[in-house]
Design a protein around this ligand. Sequence first.
Ligand SMILES: [Zn+2]
Length: 249
Amino acid sequence: MHPELRALVELQAIDDRIAALKRELGAIPGRIEAENRLLTSFEDSVAEAQKAVEGVKKRQRDTEREIQSTEQRLRETRGKQALVKTNDEFRALNSEIAQLESRVGSLEDAALEIMESLPAAEKRLAETKGGLDRAKGQVQGAVGRHKAEGERLEKSLQSLLVERQSAASAVSRPWQERYDKFYKIRGGLAVCPIIDQTCQGCRMSETLQRFFEIRDSGDAIFTCSSCGRIIFYKERDAVGAASHLEEAG
Ligand SMILES: [Zn+2]
């Protein structure tokens, strides 16, 4: 093969690896972000459990306060008992006292229920905190692995760029420019084989005469008459076992 053509083929192989590396590198920030998002959901659970505990404690305080104020009213009302003059007043006062006593009773029941619900809420909070701590450890590990992978890819990319430079130095400027342009506009395939007269890039056929020229000329580089890709001759046998099987079948 023409040495410059060989360098072009090599250049394209390197560019393919560079493109793949860049895709992998580009995916890493998203992976790290996904890990951090995972952490947010654990943090939300902790916040929710925290809020539940605070809610129980607030209800506890409110109920205690209401018990105290109701007991205060009860004491005041009982204090009035000695001052009543009529039976009606006495009955009214007794009824008010009974109501207040009943109110204190139900408030105390409520306070007990609230108190009993606190351990479960606190347990839930401790569990979510534990979950968050474990998730933090896992996320940290995963983020660390993603970052290490990114560094490894970055290193490979740097060495490929050096390799590319040396391959490109064996290609003259006009061919390099054509290669760069076609690599961009022809979907990452600027150099391709021609097999049995057919360009493997665009599947169009060259005339037999031009095909022989391409096949037999050792000192020239050819381009496809249809798509403009740089082409090189490849024997059908070299395509691989699959086409052999097809032929046999
Ligand atoms: Zn073509």
